[in-house]
Design a protein around this ligand. Structure first.
Ligand code: FE2
Length: 468
């Protein structure tokens, strides 16, 4: 019999999993919902099917997709678990079989040969396929309307190894660019770089050696460059086999950025050294003459990860702030110029994706004035106007939490920033969630409309808009 989930930080409050799948065909709308908005908002997140066998990690729960189908002023909701091999094996046995993050030392021997894939980090649509992504595995394909699980998608056998949950879609070519890390096994510094054409064919696949093995969550792609950022959240199988942390903050290492012109062969990567820090997510990056500008939420250490000798995580390492890093592409200097864009704790930086990798004006993110930002809990949506040099915010209210802000253009050819921002907001006092819609460039005016759910959508990770 399944017992209650343990009272851990990332299994309580609105981190607690939703233990149901359902369809809500017609949500109640409050406010002025735009009649002509048509498409689907999909979002992924950790939602463990069973209570964990050992200490839970936020990244370790089974993926659950939440989808809002929007058309003609109506909003329908559906949620489904991503039924990976791991999920099915545990469902068939009625209990958790894998240790946290797939730790072999705490997994049931019955799991041997089944990949630890929770497919919980991101979900996006490219070349006709809806893909649930998690950085330790290849993509997992879902049926677009029903969210039924279809299975691992390896680009017709062309993809070997894992794929980041943060590929970049080039708005000019329609290509999807991505990378993988720990290729060939945990703790190996081998990485991969791939390009998938607009039609879904994998057209480039390279391997390279990073300066050291680390957790690489996201990367940078601009019109002519890709950049692989390596931060000292080191991975080590040897350390893990001795009972130490598989991923640890190693302050003795520097950060490295591997620059590659997209038209160059992989061995042309040039590595630039920078101060030890950690970034989960860039907001965007672009080229400006012989400079490359990257806006990133920077932490002073790897949030929530212990030190290499097993020491407790430093809570100050969980404070992320948006910075602008300017790199010299000419090679004249290695030292990037670093400027703080916003002082508040923030995460989930996004943009009008039609400007991904290009010069841009508008960014969106979650932020907070409270220390809860250290626990990946945010209560504000922020709009960063780089041209005006101003950050506008909306505070969701006491005991309300906001999710990643996702931009939707008003029309395919609308000006940058002309459109809406969607965010799933947890209404704590009522223990349920709303899909909240803003006019993107007047976030501070508050929501223009809300679609009301009777249930709560647990705090999650990333999502995307799929136009109808
Ligand atoms: Fe992420």
């Amino acid at each position: 019999m399944t017992k209650r989930f343990p009272n851990e930080r990332f299994l309580s409050g609105n981190f607690a999993p939703l233990r149901a799948e359902c369809d809500a065909p017609d949500l109640e709308i409050e406010g002025d919902w735009p009649e002509d908005l048509a498409g689907t908002l999909v979002r992924n997140g950790s939602n463990p099917l069973f209570p964990p066998r050992d200490k839970y990690h936020l990244f370790s729960g089974d993926g659950m997709i939440h989808a809002f189908d929007i058309a003609g002023g109506r909003v329908a909701y559906r949620n489904r678990w991503v039924r990976t091999g791991k999920w099915k094996l545990e469902r068939d046995h009625g209990r958790a079989l894998f240790g946290t993050l797939g730790n072999p030392l705490t997994s049931d021997p019955i799991t041997r040969g089944v990949p630890f894939n929770v497919a919980n980090t991101n979900v996006l649509f490219h070349a006709g396929r809806l893909l649930a992504l998690e950085e330790g595995n290849p993509p997992f394909e879902l049926e677009r309307g029903s969210l039924d699980s279809l299975g691992t998608w390896d680009f017709d056998g062309a993809l070997e190894g894992p794929m980041t949950a943060h590929p970049k879609i080039d708005p000019e070519t329609g290509e999807m660019l991505f990378f993988g890390y720990n290729v060939g096994g945990m703790g190996r510094p081998t990485m991969s770089h791939q390009v998938v054409a607009k039609d879904g064919r994998l057209t480039r696949s390279d391997r390279f050696e990073a300066p050291y093995a680390s957790m690489v969550h996201d990367f940078i792609a601009t019109r002519n460059h890709v950049v692989f950022p390596i931060f000292p959240a080191t991975t080590s199988l040897e350390r893990a086999m001795k009972g130490g942390p598989p991923i640890a903050w190693d302050a003795g290492e520097s950060s490295r950025f591997g620059f590659l012109r997209r038209s160059d062969p992989i061995d042309a990567i040039r590595w630039v050294e920078a101060e030890a820090c950690f970034v989960y997510h860039p907001m965007n990056a672009f080229e400006d003459g012989d400079r490359l500008v990257a806006d990133m939420v920077r932490y002073d250490g790897a949030p929530g990860f212990p030190t290499a000798d097993g020491g407790r995580p430093d809570p100050r390492h969980a404070e992320g702030r948006l910075e602008r890093w300017t790199f010299d592409l000419s090679g004249a200097t290695d030292d990037p110029k670093i400027e703080i864009v916003d002082e508040l704790l923030s995460e989930f930086p996004r943009l009008d994706e039609r400007f991904a990798g290009l010069p841009y004006r508008h960014g969106f993110m979650t932020s907070t004035e409270r220390p809860e930002g250290r626990n990946a809990i945010f209560d504000q949506i922020a709009h960063v106007d780089f041209e005006a040099g101003r950050v506008a915010r909306w505070h969701a209210g006491e005991d309300h939490l906001v999710g990643e802000p996702i931009f939707v253009p008003r029309a395919p050819d609308a000006e940058e920033g002309d459109g809406y921002v969607l965010s799933i907001v947890y209404v704590g006092p009522e223990n349920r969630s709303d899909l909240v819609l803003f006019d993107a460039t007047s976030i501070e005016a508050g929501p223009r409309a809300r679609a009301r759910l009777d249930l709560r959508v647990p705090n999650g990770f990333h999502g995307n808009w799929i136009p109808a």
